[in-house]
Ligand binder design. Structure first.
Ligand code: NAP
Length: 533
């Protein structure tokens, strides 16, 4: 498929005329063809108008049809074959094997949500039947289901050009919920965005769904992104990126005459706590595994281990020696964009030049736009006193905090902002100590993992990829896993509604065979699935 550089607005492909966006191959520094036209205000308005028109029709599509859309998008992505992989590699600088794996993850996310839609339990059906004889007052008939919020604006992430971009987790969960989606493409991978956008556009058409179900816009500045979040027809936002960008969008959304939720996944340093017995028994192995996790994908993961906490002493020295030896062997790798490379360099310099910080290890130096891994150490006191030591350095950089004792390690944990993850390394003899840390970790993070590192996020039902601010804008939800659909739903209650007017899912006899809570008791579904409403 040839790239045209056009916007996808509903069924149309149109040239944006408000400036241009060009991708850069970060491996070579070359500018890639074609130029992508930035959307105008009128084109943004058209995409939002179509999404609003599509909403009522799309949200009431039969569940089987909505599931089929998600599966069709996955099939259309696969059919793009090497064209998609090759373009994505050249726009991201990520290795081919990583992009192939990410395509697999993107398709399995879409299929996961197709399963969620078919099961229908996301509707959260509840029925409290009328009790006309109840004394002293009769009870009304109450029926509840969840409906889609409305059109959703999705901002593609730079670091997952497939799995968290145009057809990524935010889009899949919003479409699954019944929300039309308007994507603002990330400027780092416009060609990948167009290819994926066309796969979605084709799937929408093949399934005969309303044309405004999906649109894709390019933005040559910030105007379209900000206009999208401010548009009265947009009812929620999904975003992955920087703290500054996410916070700016949150503020815009909150300032609207009708404020809307922004689900922004932003900044996390993902503390790793090394407990004394585990460190005593396995310092070398943990040090090597840490170096591998730190440098995976040039460290450009939101779950990258950016902070190590341990009690100072010979076992920590062994961990540092093993990590240093491993990091020193690791070649520099290409970062996603010149801007991300620049920000990484500045973050490393801030840490390296800090008077209270020592450099433990550097990876091998590299060429233009390649990030060189870096490991630093500091004291607990310095960490507690200096805000600058807590900032996320997006890339393969981490800071080890030497704590004089476990009580100080607790204080360091208590000083942390919200995080996506915390990893604890423990042996059985550490369990009691670890137990005393768990309440503080639960208050701060979305996922606590044991004897591992958080890079490599499973896409499944029990996954939480979220956490208190600033790791995300709303720690009550997740952006990875099937629970992500809940971000784009809200409950509606029908009181004494005649059967003829009720949504099918809530009618007597459970015609759709979905799970429903009747008078508080869960009744499992019996899944006829080939239903029509
Ligand atoms: P970014 O600068 O936050 O940009 C993400 C998206 O949001 C882009 O489409 C960007 O558009 C848009 N955007 C940013 N600020 C905006 C604003 N004020 N108004 C409207 N739209 C705005 O993130 P990035 O370019 O992907 O990477 C930059 C930094 O973000 C990294 O160095 C890293 O620190 C962080 N990051 C974090 C994660 C994570 O998972 N936590 C992932 C990726 C990046 P434009 O580019 O056109 O401005």
């Amino acid at each position: 498929m040839n790239l045209t550089g056009e916007l996808l607005i509903g069924r149309q492909s149109v040239r944006g005329t408000h400036g241009e966006i060009r991708a850069i191959d970060p491996a070579s520094g070359e500018t890639l063809a074609p130029a992508f036209g930035g959307a105008t205000r009128a084109q943004l308005d058209q995409a939002c108008a179509l999404a609003a028109q599509a909403f009522d029709g799309y949200r009431e599509t039969p569940l089987a049809q909505r599931a089929a859309l998600l599966e069709k998008i996955a099939a259309n992505l696969l059919a793009l074959g090497d064209a998609l992989i090759a373009r994505c590699v050249s726009e991201s600088g990520l290795p081919r094997a990583r992009i192939e794996g990410e395509l697999g993850r993107t398709m399995s996310q879409l299929r996961l949500f197709a399963g969620v839609v078919r099961r229908g339990d996301f509707l959260g059906l509840r029925i409290d039947p009328a009790q006309p004889q109840r004394m002293p007052l009769p009870r009304v008939d109450l029926r509840l289901r969840h409906i889609a919020l409305g059109p959703v604006a999705v901002f593609g992430a730079s670091n997952f050009p497939l799995a968290f971009s145009v057809a990524g987790g935010d889009t899949a969960s919003a479409l699954a919920a019944g929300c039309p989606v308007v994507v603002k493409a990330h400027p780092a991978h416009p060609g990948t965005s167009e290819l994926v956008g066309r796969a979605i556009q084709k799937a929408v058409e093949e399934l005969g769904l309303p044309e405004g179900t999906f649109s894709l816009l390019f933005d040559s500045g910030l105007e379209i992104a900000q206009g999208l979040v401010s548009d009265h027809r947009i009812k929620a936002v999904g975003f992955t990126g920087s703290r500054a960008g996410g916070t700016a969008l949150m503020q815009l959304a909150a300032a609207r005459s009708e404020p809307i939720p922004v689900y922004a996944e932003m900044s996390s340093i993902n503390p790793v706590l090394l407990f004394p017995h585990a460190l005593g028994n396995r310092a070398d192995a943990i040090g090597k595994a840490f170096a591998a996790s730190l440098t995976l994908g040039a460290g450009q993961f939101c779950t990258n281990p950016g902070l190590i906490l341990a009690v100072d002493g010979p076992d920590l020295e062994r961990f540092l020696a093993a990590a240093e030896a491993a990091i020193a062997q690791i070649p520099a790798s290409t970062m996603l964009t010149p801007g991300i490379h620049r920000a990484y360099g500045a973050g490393v310099e801030t840490l390296g030049c800090h008077p209270q910080v020592s450099t433990v290890a550097r990876g091998q130096a590299g060429a233009q736009y390649q990030g060189q891994a870096a490991l630093f150490s500091t004291t607990a006191q310095a960490f507690l006193e200096h805000e600058a030591l807590r900032a996320e350095v997006f890339g393969a950089a981490s800071l080890v905090v030497r704590c004089p004792d476990l009580a100080t390690m607790q204080r360091v944990v208590e000083s942390l902002e919200g995080q996506l993850t915390a990893a604890i390394h423990i042996d059985e003899a550490d369990y009691d100590t670890a137990r005393s840390f768990l309440p503080a970790l639960e208050r701060r993070v979305g996922r606590i993992l044991v004897n591992g590192f958080a890079t490599g996020v499973e896409v499944s039902h029990a996954m939480v990829h979220g956490g208190p601010y600033p790791s995300t804008s709303d720690g009550r939800s997740t952006s990875v896993g099937s629970l992500a659909i809940a971000r784009f739903l809200r409950p509606v209650c029908y009181q004494d509604m005649p059967a003829a007017l009720l949504p099918q899912a809530l009618r007597a006899g459970n015609p759709l065979g979905l799970a429903v809570r009747v008078d508080g008791e869960m009744q499992p579904g019996h899944q006829p699935v080939a239903h029509t409403g």
